[in-house]
Design a protein around this ligand. Structure first.
Ligand code: HEC
Ligand code: HEC
Length: 86
């Protein structure tokens, strides 16, 4: 290959790579973790400081409470990092 052909070849390769990454990001799976519900139990946490709010979660979400976490629940440190408020 001539230098010019090589340049075209490597530039195309680079562009294809960028395109691939772009497509991957565009079609990335949507976030599926449930967000904090808007109801009587949770509305007051919407405007509260996150760390403050998280102190209350486990008064209801504990194994003996009214809404125990599912058995397969991931490590529960910092609830609101995963269960977004929106
Ligand atoms: C006063 C009790 C109480 C407190 C405090 C509480 N929850 Fe809940 N939560 C519930 C109950 C009851 C349910 C199940 C019924 C429902 O969907 O509202 C629930 C459901 C949920 C769900 C599942 C919603 C769904 O769509 O299935 C999430 C996520 C959640 N809570 C997160 C939190 C987080 C994070 C906190 C702390 C900021 C918190 N909860 C504090 C009672 C509480
Ligand atoms: C590392 C991320 C993460 C953290 C931190 C976390 N959760 Fe979860 N939670 C999940 C995932 C993932 C699920 C299961 C998928 C889903 O949302 O249905 C789940 C499920 C739940 C459910 C049941 C939702 C349903 O399907 O009815 C409740 C309630 C809940 N979490 C509350 C909490 C509380 C309260 C805390 C803090 C003590 C907490 N979570 C911390 C990721 C997290």
């Amino acid at each position: 290959m001539t230098t010019r052909q090589k340049n075209i070849f490597y530039n195309s390769l680079f562009l294809a790579g960028c395109g691939g990454i772009l497509l991957f990001l565009l079609f990335a799976p949507r976030e599926t973790t449930k967000s904090l519900p808007h109801d009587q139990n949770h509305e007051r946490f919407m405007s509260m400081n996150k760390k403050e709010a998280e102190k209350f979660c486990e008064t209801c979400h504990n194994p003996k409470g009214q809404a125990p976490l599912p058995e397969m629940h991931p490590p529960k440190y910092r609830c609101l990092f995963c269960h977004k408020r929106k």
